[in-house]
Design a protein around this ligand. Sequence first.
Ligand SMILES: *Cc1c(COP(=O)(O)O)cnc(C)c1O
Length: 230
Amino acid sequence: MSGLSGRLQNLVTRIARAASDAGRDPAGIRLLAVSKTWPAGSVREAAAAGQHAFGENYVQEGVAKVEALADLNLEWHFIGPLQSNKTRPVANSFAWVHSIDRLKIAQRLSEQRDVFLPPLQVCIQVNVSGEESKSGVSPAELPELARAVVALPRLKLRGLMTIPEPTSDVTLQRERFATLRRLMAQLRADGLDLDTLSMGMSDDLEAAIAEGSTMVRVGTAIFGSRNYTN
Ligand SMILES: *Cc1c(COP(=O)(O)O)cnc(C)c1O
């Protein structure tokens, strides 16, 4: 067994244990393998080990991998910051976008999504830590943006995504993820049909699963440490 497929198996076990500790069915938690900075060959290896959904952060790099691996019929998620002049390739190469943080981006994605493709599945990214520099809408701006995104014809709003500030304080991790869970519950109570909480990464997925995550986005624990100089 290769290093990668062993790490992937360990991760599946780790997710199942976190689900069981939280009294949840592990089938309710999807694993998104974050392959940014890793070559197409690493994705191919993970796919051979049974992984189906992959996340990318950078437009050019992501689109190149989508094209190089088209034979595998993988499900591609765009999870990075998105500039409005780069929406077109994302609208048509990816099945999901997790990082919607303003209406202009959502409108462009909806206009540019090919009519022959199913609607683009999207999450709104929320800044639950209140840090100035972080991307994501504030909780206060969320309801208005969510209602506007739901009205766009070529998008399907599935839920919310967050990247909290890194901390080893598990209580704080849980507090941030609980904030996202409550924000989605409020939108659902207001009538929006949402089912996805995209939260939890290599270092905090237990806390995210305890607070209701339905999709964890994991890079390092599968592929190893990233080398950004590549
Ligand atoms: C890089 C990245 C991840 C994966 O982080 P790891 O710590 O490597 O698991 C998850 N989500 C987003 C948005 C990322 O940019």
